[in-house]
Each structure stands twice: as structure tokens, then as C-alpha cells.
Ligand binder design. Structure first.
Ligand code: M6P
Ligand code: ZN
Length: 191
């Protein structure tokens, strides 16, 4: 950490890409088995329409260590799986007491959060919204618009991602399209 050089990266405010990026993570529908409420619909789309790109994450070249701040952008492409809007997997931090900050860049959606103690919150995000994810809150973002939903995120280097807990239990709330409106409903599959 001591000898790390200062650096800049360039954010494309239209597309959300960061150059240079150390890693570009692409999550396709086939990577999201059991994350959507309608698993049947997810499987059918992969089989009949192909393996849709749901979202991309651009992460910069920062060590995943205490003292550093990791940052990157996420681009969630618009669309539905069944009647559920495209979204990220969502995660807790491995180190539960580590927070995160999100900044909306383009498009719009929801940031849904929950704690292991059963608290549930959702915040609307659009261009210019700064959202704070406090320690101990799992977080997932959902694109409820018809354009890519792009946001910037920064989190502690040592926080880590725990996907398993959400993969097992799901989120208490899901965001669905009803009469062309985004509606937050209880997840019938929530365990
Ligand atoms: C944000 C941050 C990243 C995260 C990304 C995608 O940019 O929270 O740490 O990786 O969203 O979300 P997920 O990892 O849950 O798929
Ligand atoms: Zn996080």
C-alpha cells in the first residue's frame, strides 16, 4: 500500500465505461440461476432468445486491501425476466461492517437493501442521486427504465463480496413491472 502511485482513470459519462479498467465483469442471464423470481422464464429466455447480457461492471486497478478504496461503474441494461426488471445479483460485504457509496450517472432504478436482522429499504436512484449503503446492509440495484441504468460505486478495499447469502435467501423485495409501472412487492420465494 505504501508505494502505490496516484493515478487517474477516465469515466465516459454517456456509457459508464472506465478506461483503463483493470477488470470488466459481464453478467449474463446464464450467470444468474435462481436470482430471479421466475426461474422458468429465465431458463426459457436463455434457451429461446440466447444468453442476454444483463449488466457489466468496470472495476479499477486498486488492491483489495485495508486502506484502499475500490471503485467502479455498473451498467444495467434495460429489460425484464418474466415481469421482474433486470438487476444485479446483490451482495453483503464479507466484512459486514463496511459501507459503500453509489452515485447515479444515467438512467434510473432502485437500490434495494436489507439487513440480516430483517430490515428492508429501497431508494429510488437517477442521474445525480448519491446513495449511502451503511455497514451491514446487503445491496442490489434494479433498472426500472428503458435506458441503461449507470452508476458509480466506491467501497473499502478489504470489504469483499458475499453472494452466497443472497443466492440462498433472495431479497425480501423484488421490483416488477405492472401496467407499465415499476412496483416493489414482497418476494414470494424469500426464505
Ligand atoms: C456496484 C458495487 C460493486 C458490485 C456491482 C455489481 O458497482 O457494489 O461492488 O460488484 O455493483 O453488483 P453485484 O456485485 O452484486 O453483482
Ligand atoms: Zn458492495
Amino acid at each position: 500500500m505504501k508505494n502505490f502511485e496516484p493515478f487517474i482513470t477516465q469515466l465516459n459519462l454517456k456509457t459508464g465505461s472506465i478506461q483503463p479498467a483493470a477488470r470488466i465483469i459481464q453478467r449474463r442471464l446464464s450467470d444468474m440461476c435462481n436470482f430471479y423470481f421466475d426461474e422458468e422464464a429465465r431458463r426459457r429466455i436463455v434457451k429461446e432468445e440466447g444468453d442476454r447480457l444483463i449488466y457489466e461492471v468496470f472495476v479499477t486497478h486498486v488492491p483489495e486491501e485495508e486502506g484502499h478504496v475500490l471503485y467502479g461503474t455498473t451498467i444495467i441494461y434495460p429489460g425484464l425476466v418474466g415481469d421482474e426488471f433486470h438487476m444485479t445479483k446483490g451482495h453483503f460485504h464479507k466484512l459486514r461492517d463496511q459501507a459503500e457509496v453509489y452515485v447515479g450517472i444515467a438512467g434510473s432504478g432502485y437500490l434495494i437493501m436489507q439487513t440480516e436482522g430483517g430490515a428492508v429499504r429501497s431508494l429510488k436512484m437517477e442521474k445525480g442521486t448519491i446513495a449511502y449503503v451503511p455497514p451491514c446492509w446487503a445491496h442490489r440495484t434494479v433498472n426500472t427504465g428503458d435506458q441503461p441504468f449507470v452508476f458509480f460505486a466506491a467501497w473499502p478495499g478489504e470489504a469483499g463480496h458475499d453472494y452466497g447469502t443472497i443466492e440462498e435467501s433472495g431479497f425480501a423485495n423484488i421490483v416488477v413491472s405492472r401496467d407499465n409501472q415499476a412496483l416493489l412487492i414482497d418476494n414470494p420465494n424469500y426464505r
